[in-house]
Each structure stands twice: as structure tokens, then as C-alpha cells.
Ligand binder design. Structure first.
Ligand SMILES: [Zn+2]
Length: 282
């Protein structure tokens, strides 16, 4: 049976011009949509049922793709339990302010000119609509810190260490910052880095939450296994930490290659002598 052929428009100057006009109209329409997206106020979309892909496209048109990636890294880099104002501490330590500091130093456009209030709107929208995208970040905090350090020309002072809990293990209530962040150092697979260490507390139960342990009036104890599984550092002293990726090498080398702890330390200092010099100079 003979197939019906679609009737082609004859090749005339009028038809070519009409087709060109149609294409230009489509392109103009798409561009208008992008302009409309850029001019959109994010707060209007906070409670609208956008799916994750739509939310990412909306953010990318406003922040650029690099901006969205930088926002994801910053959200993963600054722990989400640094929310409350520490007692007696200067203003400006809230999480949005820390993220603003990180982004404006390492990703000048579009964040350097953005107010903290605007960034807070982006964070609220991003963290409520793009959870899978945020969770799919394969970089750990040390890698993110390295990337931000490189992008900022070494201006970023330190990364953050905070307790592995967002609420009280006893009453499930909210936690507040116990003290101002303190300085510590973290030894990892890329050399030592400076860290700002945050501790939290439940005022209701009088429990203090540290990086690897929590304490009450009955004494201190390690976190239960389901919480401890999320801890990626070993506490050497209260201001010295070692990433588990590095820590794992020490007993293994001692068992199989007769490398002593002091021998491993000397090797580490030799391999990372440049990073150690950079760390010392700060
Ligand atoms: Zn509590």
C-alpha cells in the first residue's frame, strides 16, 4: 500500500521568509522566558510545587550554573547546625553570614554584591527545593575547602567542625551554640588545615555536644553508633583532629610495614611540607 506523503511547502522566497520569521519568534519567546525567570522573585516560589529540576533551572538563570554549584558547595561546607547565636558573641556568626563570607571571597559574581538577606532567600529556596542535588555532592569538606581556597586566592581562613547532631539526643529539642567558635587544626590526606570548631548545647537538659563526644553532669561519653557513623574525624586533643581517611593508614602501616607512629609523622611532614608552611604562615 502506498504511503501518504506529507505535502511539502514549495521552495519559494515567501515560504523561506515565513519559516525564518517563525524561528525568530520562537527564539524571542524563549529569551523572554529566560528574562522573566531572571526577574522572578524567589520568595514568590517558596511554597509553589516546583520539582527539583525546575527549581535548579530557575536558580541557574539567576545565579549561573557555576553559582549554583558554588552555592551547593557552600551549603555542604558550612554545617547546618550552626544556626543559633552564641551567648555573648558578636553579631554575624549565623550560618547565612558564614556562607556569605565564603561565597563572596571565592565566587565574587554574583554573590559579592548580594545582601545577606537576599542570600538567605536563595538558601531557603535551595535547601527546601533541591535536597537531592545537595545530597549528591560527591566532594567532602576538605576538597570543598581546597576548591574555595584556590578560588579565593587563599583568603578563606578555615573550615568548620561541628557536632554530628542537629537536635538533643535526650529530648529532641533544638541546640544552641555553647561558646564562640574556637581554633583547632585538622590533619587530613591533603596536609593540615585550620578549622573553626563549634560546640552546641541543650539548655533544657544541660548537655554539651562536642565533635566526637557529648557530656552532661554524669560525665562524657561517645556518640551512639548511628550518630558516630557520620563522624569523619578522630579527636586527638580538644584542638587537634585527624581525618579518618588519614588515621586508617597508621595502624595498617604499623601492622604490615613496620612503620612506627613517629616514622609516619615524619613521612607526613615531609610529604606535606609545602602545605605545612602555608598553614604555619597564617
Ligand atoms: Zn535536651
Amino acid at each position: 500500500m502506498e504511503k501518504k506523503r506529507k505535502k511539502a511547502n514549495p521552495f519559494t522566497m515567501e515560504n523561506v521568509q515565513r519559516r525564518c520569521s517563525e524561528n525568530q519568534a520562537k527564539i524571542a519567546s524563549v529569551k523572554n522566558h529566560f528574562h522573566a525567570l531572571r526577574d522572578t522573585c524567589l520568595s514568590d516560589f517558596l511554597h509553589v510545587g516546583l520539582d527539583e529540576e525546575e527549581a535548579i533551572v530557575l536558580l541557574a538563570t539567576k545565579l549561573t550554573t557555576n553559582g549554583v554549584v558554588a552555592l551547593r558547595n557552600a551549603v555542604c561546607f558550612v554545617p547546618n547546625n550552626i544556626m543559633s547565636q552564641p551567648r555573648g558573641c558578636a553579631v554575624g556568626l549565623r550560618r547565612t553570614a558564614l556562607i556569605h563570607q565564603v561565597l563572596s571571597k571565592s565566587q565574587p559574581l554574583p554573590f559579592a554584591t548580594m545582601t545577606k538577606k537576599d542570600l538567605d532567600s536563595y538558601l531557603t529556596f535551595f535547601e527546601s527545593h533541591c535536597r537531592q542535588f545537595i545530597a549528591s555532592n560527591s566532594l567532602n569538606k576538605e576538597h570543598i575547602f581546597g576548591a574555595f581556597q584556590k578560588a579565593s586566592g587563599g583568603l578563606l581562613a578555615s573550615m568548620f567542625l561541628s557536632p554530628p547532631v542537629n537536635s538533643c539526643l535526650s529530648c529532641d529539642g533544638g541546640l544552641t551554640m555553647h561558646n564562640s567558635p574556637s581554633s583547632a587544626r585538622l590533619y587530613g590526606m591533603s596536609g593540615p588545615v585550620a578549622v573553626s570548631k563549634v560546640t552546641l548545647e541543650c539548655k533544657h537538659c544541660d548537655i554539651k555536644y562536642g565533635i566526637t563526644k557529648y557530656s552532661s553532669k554524669d560525665g562524657s561519653r561517645y556518640y551512639p553508633k548511628h550518630v558516630a557513623d557520620n563522624i569523619t574525624v578522630v579527636e586527638v586533643t580538644n584542638c587537634t583532629y585527624m581525618h579518618v581517611d588519614l588515621y586508617m593508614w597508621i595502624p595498617s602501616l604499623s601492622n604490615h610495614s613496620w612503620v612506627s607512629f613517629s616514622g609516619f609523622s615524619e613521612t607526613y611532614n615531609e610529604v606535606y611540607h609545602k602545605e605545612i608552611e602555608v598553614y604555619r604562615s597564617k
